[in-house]
Design a protein around this ligand. Sequence first.
Ligand code: PMP
Length: 429
Amino acid sequence: MTTAPPRPTTLDPEALRGDFAILETRIGDSPLVYLDSAATSQKPRAVIDAEVSFLTSANSAVHRGAHTLAAEATELFEDARAAVAGFVHAAPEQLVWTSGATAGINLIAYAIGNATLGRGGEPARRFALAPGDGLVVTEAEHHANLIPWQELAARTGAVLRHIPVRDDGTIDLEAAASVIGARTRVVAFPHVSNVLGIVNPVAELVALARAAGAITVLDACQSAPHLPLDLPALDVDLAVFSGHKMLGPNAIGGLYGRADVLEALPPFLTGGSMITTVTLDGAEYLPPPQRFEAGTQPVSQAIGLAAAVRYLDAVGMDAVHAHETALERRLRDGLRSIPGIRLLGDADAERVALAAFDVDGVHAHDVGQFLDARGIAVRVGHHCAQPLHRRFGLTASVRASAALYTTDAEIDEFLDAVSGVRGYFGVGR
Ligand code: PMP
């Protein structure tokens, strides 16, 4: 019997940085300080190599053709599915490839719309919406987990409601208990908001949704790269995550679903590769995951994402989480101590290493330019979360976000620069 190697619990970011050549970049005279990983993460050499190696020696159409290369490509593609599914503790059939989280959420919303039109037969009736049924999101959504539900409501006559966020950035669970009601059919929410960084109370929200007979959709974009993620244990019905935020390539993401949910859900995109039999009048569909994978798939990207999760697993997600928790404290404590800084959602809660803030008297875009002139890359704007910014009385904020390769020294350099912003713009010390 073999025993699994112990999971690493600490990491040395300096040692990892050698795997990320881009981190050697200079911006003008300054070394790059990359604090925009929540927008997109950097990719280790192993991910780039995996894609290059596939394209160099195994590229072929998958699930088609009897030739050797096609068989090899199919095997690599399905191995990648197993690896990425395993990363979130799911079975391979529970992982549908998408082009990203936005595509995954749209897939779910359109599939529910199709069920509402009667597609998918008897098994899909559980998803069908009637006018006046409820769809529930939170006030802290990325637009990707808001607009598809607005559109679904507009197409079906369902009503979209939201759970408010408290001043400290936490989800108002008391309000959630009254917003989620007997007619609620879907509750969609972020595991971690891309603006607040707070880990939301998944178990409580799932319990409220279950009690109402609603399905749950988890946006795990900002948790998958930072925390050990066990989607079956979280007991959500459906979840999405995004490859490019978790060290993987662009244009690849995952849609996870409980087996019974995916089996009952009708397809969204239709065409080649998702069928068994086609006549001129109709078609029969493959079971999941292929039912949801019409057309030519992002094969090299899937293989790249598998290399990313293997890399994360080798570093150890417990170690990633521990390192980033320490970075988060350093970042938040530092920002709190700078006069004129207002943090959005400053609850003492479990978090990822991300902080969005307003600098009193200085526009976020000016702060971004000031930092960029010092080699520091942050995100400025509404971060695709306009309603949440409005909630905090802002149109824009500055967001710094770290990843496993971020060092204490980088956070300190960022804090030092931020403490000079108001003086530079003549609005404070
Ligand atoms: N949800 C959240 C919380 C995000 O941060 C993002 C990316 N900014 C998305 C959804 C959209 O993901 P993708 O880029 O994969 O479409």
